[in-house]
Design a binder for this molecule. Structure first.
Ligand SMILES: Nc1ncnc2c1ncn2[C@@H]1O[C@H](COP(=O)(O)OP(=O)(O)OP(=O)(O)O)[C@@H](O)[C@H]1O
Ligand SMILES: [Mg+2]
Length: 361
């Protein structure tokens, strides 16, 4: 190594401490020789002043895999280079390289590990892969759904004919069940088709209040509301928005159905709408904020982050497409959707829709 004369030890220490990689080094005896802030951060270990000099197995007692890689390096001919490892406690993924530390005579006196937190990179890749997979699955689902629809309709019709023939016998009840099941299967197929189909909006001036009223009626035909009360507070002066009224109705229907299903027969759902003025005072970015709030059980954080994923469901009979469709429709309107929820406090879904769509005339 060459370096300018007069560069102090401190200079090199600062390079290491300021590095955006984690750096960790041990002596042959397995004692910590050096560790920087980024390493502490990635490992999620609190720095202690006397860490250096202590056995690595003690300092990183929560990371036995890392300890093994470092202490085992002295027995290896070929050192790990750009290898990935998942850290057990945090599930973080790191990419690391191990090198020997030689003294002036070339004798190995220590081992060093350089690593980077790859969790974000990995998540992005995973999302990319998921998107590709969904595109492929979506196409397949569309084909299958389409093919299944016709025979299903056939089953329903023929079971209906048969039921009429044997209307007064005990077996008629079985046919009623068959028809009910076929209808349910058909509804799922329809949901899959709705989800995988690219959205085409039929945009018109739409009153949010109309879509909400339509949804309240529609939800009653599709889910058990029980004693759940629904209140609507939408101010008269709310501007109409450029939207596909039919699809907007579906958005609120799906949200209401989820609320009913979550509350199990009693409680309160409130639907409010407000005008959001643009920060810059223009009416170009004016929007309407619709909030659907229930006082149901709420959603734990690890579930909440997945509820918009297609096919994610916690219900035995659910297809997990309700909120995925909602998000797709809101996206198509250039809107935004998010949720606020905590266990025991209920759930609020917030939908923001621009007053004039992107292709406004
Ligand atoms: N208001 C709510 N309260 C509590 N949990 C909710 C609420 N809305 C959604 N969820 C959770 O989000 C999950 C996904 O909802 P989504 O509507 O996408 O699918 P689903 O209701 O399970 O099935 P589908 O709507 O296709 O019949 C639900 O299974 C449920 O766990
Ligand atoms: Mg649902």
């Amino acid at each position: 190594m060459t370096h300018a004369q007069g560069t102090s030890d401190a200079f090199f220490r600062h390079i290491v401490s300021g590095m955006r990689n984690g750096v960790l080094a041990i002596t042959r005896e397995g004692r910590l020789a050096l560790i920087n802030d980024e390493a502490y951060r990635i490992f999620g270990v609190a720095a202690k002043r006397d860490d250096v000099g202590r056995p690595i197995a003690v300092v990183l007692k929560d990371h036995p895999d890392v300890v093994r890689v470092l202490t085992g390096a002295f027995d290896l001919h070929l050192l790990p280079n750009r290898v990935e490892m998942r850290l057990k406690p945090s599930n973080k993924v790191i990419g690391y390289t191990v090198t020997f530390v030689p003294d002036d005579n070339g004798n190995v006196i220590g081992a060093a590990m350089f690593f980077k937190d790859l969790t974000r990179v990995e998540q992005l890749e995973e999302r990319e892969r998921l998107r590709d997979r969904l595109a492929a699955v979506g196409e397949m689902a569309a084909v299958i759904a389409h093919e299944v629809k016709n025979p299903l309709a056939g089953i329903e019709v023929m079971a209906g004919l048969l039921r009429r023939k044997i209307a007064d016998t005990p077996d008629a009840a079985v046919l009623t069940d068959i028809i009910k099941e076929a209808k349910m299967a058909n509804a799922i197929v329809q949901e899959v088709l709705d989800f995988v189909r690219p959205i085409r909006l039929q945009v018109e001036h739409t009153a949010v209040a109309d879509a909400v009223q339509g949804a309240i009626q529609l939800a009653d035909t599709k889910a058990r509301r029980g004693e759940v009360e629904v209140s609507v507070a939408i101010p008269d002066g709310l501007p109409q928005i450029q939207a596909d009224q039919h699809q907007l109705t579906q958005v609120f229907t799906n949200l209401l159905m989820n609320a009913y299903e979550a509350m199990g027969g009693s409680g309160h759902v409130s639907i409010t709408a407000n005008r959001l003025r643009a920060e810059d005072g223009s009416d170009q970015h004016e929007a309407v904020l619709v909030q659907v709030t229930d006082d149901g059980p709420g959603i734990p954080p690890d579930v909440a982050e997945k509820v918009f994923d297609p096919f994610f469901t916690t219900k035995p009979q659910g297809s997990g497409l309700g909120l995925a469709i909602v998000r797709k429709i809101v996206d198509a309107h250039d809107g935004r959707i998010d949720l606020r929820t905590s266990v025991g406090q209920g759930t609020t879904i917030r939908v923001t829709l621009p007053v004039s769509g992107s292709d406004d005339d």
